[in-house]
Design a protein around this ligand. Structure first.
Ligand SMILES: Nc1ncnc2c1ncn2[C@@H]1O[C@H](COP(=O)(O)OP(=O)(O)O)[C@@H](O)[C@H]1O
Ligand SMILES: C=C(OP(=O)(O)O)C(=O)O
Ligand SMILES: [Ca+2]
Ligand SMILES: [Mn+2]
Length: 664
């Protein structure tokens, strides 16, 4: 019987009639003699604690210092280092109008009694006159949760962030709030003397200008918001596995979800690397819960993602979608790397047992993550890479997979990566068993899993490889007229790279919708900073130099457009990709398609031959021709803006590229 306070007890009258016999507690004579009055439950030693607090303190061991102190460093070296680290963080969080950075202290404010505290540190601008007004925020402490471990971040998320739960496989389910995808129209880039000349501005460009002053207004808003909190998360991590071109990034955020996401997505420093981290090369201020002020110049919504290349800072206001941080840093790399003659790529990348590397370009949802994650190959990365004279390197330390309709059978490696440490965004799960229902789109269709790359069993660590042999352009063609695979000439590869086509179907719920074509230069116009032809010229030069072959793979529809046809089976696409990797497709027989002039193979092992030419798969031949012409027209129209550009130093290549588009 349950009592009022939930305990369970027997009714005494019931016990009287049906209960167990009473336990006899008479002392035996021998026990009294040997002084064993107490009845022991077990023979183990009792704990060495007098209080519960003392007992709890026994549970946690202090992390061992990683770098042994040398004699010359002296006993205070560790304290000095900690102080320097906190000073650097206080400098990052300093208001630009007041005299000091915030007083920062390491550790969880809820556990100050048990956290070994380094004395509070704040950055002093000694050159400022002391008459400058001190604000209330300068009188309080901001607790810094610095590079916490996944376990610590789980605890923070579950304790303080609504919508955080552990799923049955051990992943951390989170909600990203009102925004469940990126907000490209809310991106702003500071236009100053340097960027005015360097960057791509105007029609088609993702770089919408803002001035330095407005950036500082938003930066101050974010910093004041973050410093007003009791605690903020700070991640110090790296980008780019190429040690020569590694970038140090600091992410300041207000949510454990954001900190764990970036822990997974950026390269994680070793404890030694962290000790010598020093000053970051780039800093993100993520104040996503707090909106921007729409009375501010250049603001057209309550969301603003602001990039200032001169200050090497990014400010996020009004969106908690975590992908904004990783793709924001990607934009930065699209500026920094080409300056060093390194090509930055919106592509997945993997490598065969023999060292053959393939790149997978494509817009969101076309299959970069799915197809670069291949059980028979080494994964170098799923989304962002650099191609330098040394070969390829992943920019990131993790993967960000779409989870909608995820199945263990079709994508076992991604399925198995969703375990303890993985951030699962916006998924729906059973409230009791915490089994995730991947087909449920109640929150969003863009459900995601972010996990460290080593969660994929055949990840190549370090994530670098030799020069690519195959460059695969992925298009999810919802019109259903592009062939499942075509072999491209260099000029065709450039034409399709600059076009960056895909066609997705917006809103899959009510009724059949027309597919809408998207053209996104370099398969990532939202992230490039220079004119598309700059990246195209570098890609052409590298492909030529290293003898890479270009391919166009349609991961979208076959046998009709969205609504009448069906999506090409993932198993078939995998067979096509296998044939590209093995080199057998290069040796196949080819025929040429009309309009687009694409070379299509007549046979591929494991793929029904009749689907290789889309003309065969449509029952209504007139509808096929009309749709093909329609898509060709869209390509032509999109390319008009590129007609007056030269690609690289070679005039003939430019002419060939213009010739490589659809003809009718
Ligand atoms: N034939 C196919 N090829 C590739 N992906 C497919 C195919 N059919 C269905 N899909 C699904 O399309 C989605 C591709 O998304 P993803 O790999 O995350 O794209 P990206 O990384 O380019 O954004 C996955 O959910 C995958 O299961
Ligand atoms: C995170 C993203 O990348 P992708 O969809 O290419 O995986 C995104 O575009 O928001
Ligand atoms: Ca993308
Ligand atoms: Mn992806």
């Amino acid at each position: 019987m349950a009592t009022e306070n939930g305990e369970f007890s027997f009714n005494s009258s019931v016990r009287g009639r049906f209960g167990l016999p009473k336990i006899q507690t008479h002392k035996k004579a021998e026990d009294v003699e040997t002084n064993k009055e107490i009845c022991h439950d077990d023979s183990a030693q009792p704990v060495k604690a007098q209080t519960v607090d003392e007992l709890h303190s026994l549970q946690k061991k202090k992390s061992a210092p990683t770098t042994p102190l040398t004699a010359t460093q002296g006993p205070f070296a560790e304290e000095d280092r900690q102080k320097q680290q906190l000073q650097s963080i206080s400098a990052s969080l300093a208001s630009l109008t007041r005299e000091t950075g915030p007083k920062v202290v390491k550790g969880d404010p809820a556990r100050t009694a048990e956290t070994p505290r380094v004395s509070a540190v704040s950055l002093q601008h000694h050159h400022f006159s002391p008459t400058l007004n001190i604000s209330d925020s300068a009188l309080k402490f901001t607790h810094i949760l610095y590079n916490l471990s996944p376990a610590e971040l789980y605890e923070q998320a579950i304790k303080y962030e609504k919508g955080s739960f552990i799923t049955s496989s051990g992943a951390l389910a989170t909600l990203s709030g009102a925004k469940t995808g990126r907000s490209p129209r809310d991106k702003r880039v500071v236009k100053d003397e340097t960027t005015d000349d360097d960057l791509w501005w105007g029609k088609g460009s993702p770089n919408i200008e803002m001035d330095e002053h407005t950036f500082l207004v938003n930066r101050e808003r974010a910093v004041d918001y973050l410093c007003s909190l009791e605690k903020v998360f700070v991640n110090d991590q790296f980008l780019n596995w190429d040690p020569e071109h590694r970038i140090k990034v600091r992410i300041v955020s207000a949510r454990a979800y954001h900190s764990l996401f970036m822990h997974n997505m950026c390269i994680r420093p070793t404890p030694e690397e962290l000790e010598n981290f020093g000053t970051p090369d780039f800093t993100i201020y993520n104040a996503g819960q707090f909106p921007c002020n729409r009375y501010t110049h250049y603001m057209t919504s309550s969301t603003s993602i602001d990039l200032n290349l001169a200050r090497r800072e990014m400010v996020i206001l009004g969106t908690q979608y975590a992908g904004e941080m990783k793709k924001g840093l990607f934009s930065v790399m699209h500026y920094l790397m080409p300056k060093r003659q390194i090509l930055s790529l919106h592509s997945g990348c993997n490598m065969g047992k023999d060292g053959d590397v393939a790149l997978f370009f494509g817009l969101s949802g076309t299959g970069k993550t799915t197809l670069s994650t291949d059980h028979n190959r080494y994964l170098i990365g799923d989304d962002e890479h650099c191609w330098s004279d040394n070969g390829v390197s992943n920019i990131e330390g993790g993967c960000y997979a779409k989870c909608v309709d995820l199945s263990r059978e079709k994508e076992p490696d991604i399925w198995n990566a969703i375990k303890f440490g993985t951030v699962l965004e916006n998924v729906v799960f059973d409230e009791h068993t915490r089994e995730v229902e991947y087909s449920d789109k109640s929150v969003t269709e863009n459900t995601r899993a972010a996990y460290p790359i080593e969660f994929i069993p055949n990840a190549k660590i370090p994530c670098v490889g030799p020069h690519p042999k195959n460059v695969i352009l992925l298009a999810c063609d919802a019109f259903g007229v592009l062939p499942p695979v075509s072999k491209l000439s260099l000029a065709q590869t450039m034409y399709h790279f600059i076009s960056g086509y895909t066609a997705l179907v917006a809103g899959t719920e009510d009724g059949i919708k027309e597919p809408t074509a998207t053209f996104s230069a370099c398969f990532g116009a939202a992230f490039i900073m220079l004119h598309p032809t700059k990246y195209a010229a570098m890609l052409a030069e590298k492909m030529q130099k290293h003898g890479a072959t270009g391919w166009l793979v349609n991961t979208g529809w076959s046998g009709g457009s969205y609504g009448s046809g069906s999506r090409i089976k993932l198993a078939y696409t995998r067979k096509i990709i296998d044939a590209i990797h093995s080199g057998t497709l290069l040796e196949a027989n080819y025929t040429k398609t009309e309009i687009f002039g694409l070379e299509i193979p007549t046979e591929i092992e494991g793929v029904p031959s009749e689907i290789l030419d889309p003309a065969n798969t449509w029952s209504d031949k007139n509808a096929y021709k009309d749709t093909l012409l329609k898509l060709g027209g869209l390509f032509k129209k999109n390319f008009e803006v590129f007609l007056n550009y030269k690609i690289g130093a070679d005039n003939t290549l430019t002419e060939e590229i213009l010739e490589a588009g659809p003809k009718f």
